[in-house]
Each structure stands twice: as C-alpha cells, then as structure tokens.
Design a protein around this ligand. Structure first.
Ligand code: E4P
Length: 229
C-alpha cells in the first residue's frame, strides 16, 4: 500500500520524504489556507519536493470551470493530480480530464456507489473519507471494503485512496482491506513507527552491549569509535 502525506506544510513534506516511505502528497483548500502563500507557487514547491503524485484541488462547482482549472493545475508539474469533488459536475469533468490524459483524484467520497460512478468516469483515484464517516456513527472502513469488492468484481483500475485517517489503526485497516493508498497527516505518519516494546527492546540491547568485552573485535571498535564501514 502506498503512503501519502496529507498536508501543505513544506517542512512536514520534506521531513517525511526524508524517511523514505512517502509515495505522494494530498492537499486540499483547508491545508492551503493555513500556509499563507500563493497556491500556484506553493503547489510548484510541493511537486518539486516529492517523487510521486501530488493532489491539487479545483474550486469550481461546474464541469467547464473544473476542467479549465484542472488544465492549469496540471501544467504546474508532471506529477500533479487534480482533485475533483464527487458530484455530477465533478464526474463530468473527471471523464473529460481522463480522456485528455490528466490524472484525477475524485474526492469527498462517502459511498460505494459514488465510487462506482467515479471509476466509470475513469478517475485515477477515489478518496473515501473514512474518519468523517466514523465521526457521524458510520463505519468508514466498511465503505472501503465495499469499494474494493466492486472494483475487483469489474476490474476497475481506479485506485482506492483511503483519506481522512485519524489514527494508525485506520492505516492498518486500510492495508488489510487492500486499499491502494492511504493518506494521513504528519502526526499519524510518525505514529506508524512507534511501539513501546521496540523502545524497551533497543534500550535493553544497548544496556547488554556494555557487558561485551571490546578488545580485538573490529565491529566493536568501529561501533565504539563511531566509525562507519
Ligand atoms: C484527503 O485527500 C483529504 O485532504 C483529507 O484526508 C481530508 O481529511 P480531513 O477530514 O482530515 O480534513
């Protein structure tokens, strides 16, 4: 499963990319509103910083406007993917963009039937917002399972991009459901590394190492002098 970071903060994107696990970025108007920079300039910087797709969202609510915006956003970089809201006009736009070879991320999705329509319109990605469903008492991940079944039944190529993730268990559930991508904020991405038993285990190994006689052992000498091979 690919991991995307869901943010427009350059510092977060650059740091997470340095960890070697980031496959792409998703942004949205809310993220961009926190940055205080002209969007086009910000988008160009993000696209340069990432070796992978970067989702940039249109604001128009009608198909012609979305297509016009999408064409402009797509010119920013080869890795730009255009985020289109899942509504009738959005899917009309997605179909036209797909015919033009512009990649789309159909977003703000909450039902498997919406996802079926997005796939029929050639969307590159479908983004179900699982955390927002959980927040109103639904089971967000159930929708992901249903989308997966529908896409497998008919061989749709649209990738399932699990979004609005709130905690590492969502990431785990997305992977178990067979999602293609999971996008998450910086805090959740950091949490993926954590396990208290890992910390305890490492601490114990270092403590035990102090008891090892060091004379004549190349590995020990290298380690103790901080030298690298
Ligand atoms: C995904 O592409 C969206 O930007 C994001 O996951 C929205 O989630 P939120 O509910 O955290 O705003």
């Amino acid at each position: 499963m690919k991991l995307f970071i869901d943010t427009a903060y350059m510092e977060e994107i650059e740091e997470a990319c340095g960890w070697g696990i980031v496959d792409g970025v998703t942004t949205n108007p809310t993220h961009v509103s926190k940055i205080g920079r002209p969007p086009r300039e910000l988008y160009a910087d993000i696209c340069r910083a990432v070796d992978g797709p970067v989702s940039l969202e249109v604001l128009s609510l009608e198909a012609d406007g979305m297509v016009a915006e999408a064409r402009e956003l797509a010119k920013i970089a080869d890795n730009a993917v255009i985020k289109i809201p899942i509504m009738r006009e959005g899917l009309k736009a997605a179909k036209r963009l797909s015919a033009e070879g512009i990649k789309t991320n159909v977003t703000v999705a909450f039902s498997p039937l919406q996802a079926l329509l997005a796939a029929k319109c050639g969307a590159t990605y479908i983004s179900p917002f699982v955390g927002r469903l959980d927040a109103i008492g639904h089971f967000g991940m159930e929708v992901v399972h249903q989308i997966k079944t529908i896409y497998d039944n008919y061989g749709f190529q649209t990738e399932i991009l699990v979004a609005a993730v709130r905690h590492p268990a969502h990431v785990l559930e997305a992977a178990l459901a067979g999602a293609d991508v999971c996008t998450m904020n910086f805090a959740v991405m950091k949490q993926l590394y954590d396990h208290p038993l890992t910390d305890i285990g490492i601490e114990q190994f270092l403590k035990d190492w102090e008891k090892v006689p060091k004379d004549g052992c190349v590995v020990c000498e290298n380690r103790d002098s901080g030298a690298t091979a």
